[in-house]
Ligand binder design. Structure first.
Ligand code: CMP
Length: 151
C-alpha cells in the first residue's frame, strides 16, 4: 500500500492488513535485547507471522541492501550485519509497514525520538538494533528474500 492509500484508508476509518519484514540485528542479539524489541511490536498489536534466528551471509547482505551497495557506509554495514546471528521476522497488521517504522524510529539512534526502539536503546547510526522495510514494495521484495515460502 502506498502512503497516500494508507492515509485515505485511515480517513475512511478502514483497516488495510499489510506485511513487513523486520531484522532484529546482531547488536540486539549480542545485547540480549531480542525480547525487548519483539515485545514492543507485539504490544502494539502487530502479529508475528514468521520468525527465525539465522545469520546473514555476504551474498544475502548484498541482495538485501542492494540499494546501498555503492554507499560509503556499506562495507562496514555488511561486516556488522554478517558478524553474528540475527532474528528475521514477518510482522502483519493494519498499515504494518508504516507502524513498524514509527515504532523503530529514525536510522541514527542518537537522533531517534525517545519512545522509539532506537531512541530508547541505540546510540549509533549503524548498530541501530532493527531493520524494517521502508515501503510496501520493499517489504514484498525483502519477504521474498528471507521467507520465500511465504510468497
Ligand atoms: P537499516 O534500516 O537496516 O537500513 C540501512 C542501514 O544502513 C541502516 O539501517 C543503518 O544500519 C546503516 N546506515 C545508514 N546510514 C548510515 C550511515 N550514514 N552510517 C553508517 N551506517 C548507516
Amino acid at each position: 500500500m502506498t502512503e497516500r492509500a494508507g492515509a485515505e484508508a485511515s480517513e475512511r476509518g478502514s483497516t488495510v492488513c499489510e506485511r513487513t519484514l523486520v531484522l532484529v540485528k546482531p547488536d540486539a542479539v549480542r545485547r540480549g535485547l531480542v525480547g525487548e524489541v519483539v515485545r514492543r511490536f507485539e504490544r502494539k498489536g502487530l502479529r508475528i507471522e514468521a520468525m527465525v534466528l539465522r545469520s546473514m551471509n555476504v551474498e544475502l547482505a548484498d541482495r538485501h541492501y542492494a540499494e546501498h551497495l555503492d554507499k560509503p557506509f556499506y562495507p562496514p554495514l555488511r561486516d556488522f550485519m554478517t558478524s553474528g546471528p540475527l532474528v528475521a521476522m514477518v510482522l502483519a497488521g493494519d498499515q504494518a509497514v508504516e507502524v513498524t517504522r514509527l515504532l523503530t524510529g529514525m536510522t541514527d539512534g542518537r537522533k531517534a525520538a525517545p519512545g522509539t526502539i532506537r531512541g530508547d536503546l541505540a546510540l549509533s547510526n549503524r548498530e541501530n538494533l532493527v531493520h524494517a522495510s521502508d515501503s510496501a514494495d520493499s517489504a514484498k521484495r525483502e519477504i521474498a528474500l528471507w521467507f520465500p515460502e511465504l510468497t
